[in-house]
Design a binder for this molecule. Structure first.
Ligand SMILES: [Zn+2]
Ligand SMILES: [Zn+2]
Length: 299
């Protein structure tokens, strides 16, 4: 049997077993050169209980299976870098072992076994930055991102509150007619979750056991250094002050109104700059004074 026939036989068998879960790309000469499959842990088709997945890409060189295929693991979900490195090493070992024999099904099974064993997100919660420990209640969003229920609830409560506060500031005609809708804190996809139910979740274990935050001498020094840097950057115009920017716009409108009504010379942008510089100066001075008084009362 020629090499090509052997590959063809392997791929036909794969298609028969995996059906829609596999896609094969052929090159111009009609030879298969890329096999792709998204692999999930075995959870007896309970999709809700699949917390990790990865897409395996197998690039077939011309003389496959007499030489190793090229493996790529793409779009990992719920897996951290060390787990992915481990999968690469295991896949490479399997390929070495199977030189001269079909290996794609073996690779898929190997990865599936590994995913089933570690079917708990090994990444970190994007809200508290702690991992997921046994017993932590967590949510897998429709976009395959993970959060402790405790963290997700807090995030949703705060974003909803912020949304309503922002809406209050707007004139009625500018307010959203759709109301608040929850989005994923990582990718902003719409998410559906029952906040009332999530609210009952306990804080994540790692967060509970974490050392209490303490403002040490070093941290205080760092704070002071950063404060100076902030004032320096603000003075240099490196930080956009939203309030000052809004006032700038107001001034521009006023100055053009005046010039059109009394035909006096348009003072142009220099006035705007002078005033905004002045207000920036006041702002920084005011901030320093506030800081100073806070610092002295704290002492
Ligand atoms: Zn968290
Ligand atoms: Zn997401």
């Amino acid at each position: 049997m020629s090499l090509n026939e052997r590959v063809q036989e392997e791929l036909e068998a794969l298609e028969a077993i995996l059906m829609d879960d596999i896609s094969i790309t052929y090159n111009d000469e009609g030879c298969a050169d890329l096999v792709k499959s998204t692999i999930f842990p075995s959870t007896a088709n309970e999709v809700d209980k699949q917390y990790v997945c990865v897409t395996l890409e197998v690039q077939l060189p011309e003389n496959y299976p007499d030489c190793k295929p090229l493996i790529k693991l793409k779009s990992p979900r719920g897996l951290d870098d060390s787990t992915i490195d481990h999968l690469y090493r295991e896949a490479d070992k399997k390929c070495e072992e199977y030189i001269g024999q079909p290996v794609i099904y073996e690779l898929i099974e190997l990865i599936r076994e590994n995913l089933t064993e570690s079917n708990l997100p090994t990444c970190h919660c994007a809200v508290c930055l702690y991992g997921f420990s046994e017993g932590d209640s967590f949510t897998k969003t429709q976009c395959f991102h993970y959060f402790h229920n405790y963290c997700l609830t807090n995030h949703l409560i705060i974003t909803e509150k912020h949304f309503h506060e922002e809406q209050e500031k707007l004139p009625a005609w500018k307010r959203s007619s759709e109301g608040f809708h929850a989005t994923c804190p990582v990718c902003r996809e719409s998410i559906k979750c029952d906040v009332e139910e999530l609210k009952t979740a306990l804080p994540p274990k790692e967060l509970e056991n974490a050392q209490k935050f303490e403002l040490t001498k070093d941290l205080k020094m760092l704070q002071e250094k950063m404060q100076q840097l902030y004032v320096y950057q603000k003075n240099k115009g490196g930080i956009i002050d939203i309030e000052a920017e809004e006032n700038k716009l107001l001034l521009i409108t006023n100055s053009s109104d005046n010039s059109s009504s009394d035909n006096s010379e348009d003072p142009g942008p220099s006035l705007v700059n002078n005033i905004s510089e002045h207000s920036l100066e006041n702002d920084v001075l005011g901030r320093n004074q506030r800081l100073f008084s806070k610092y002295s009362t704290n002492r």
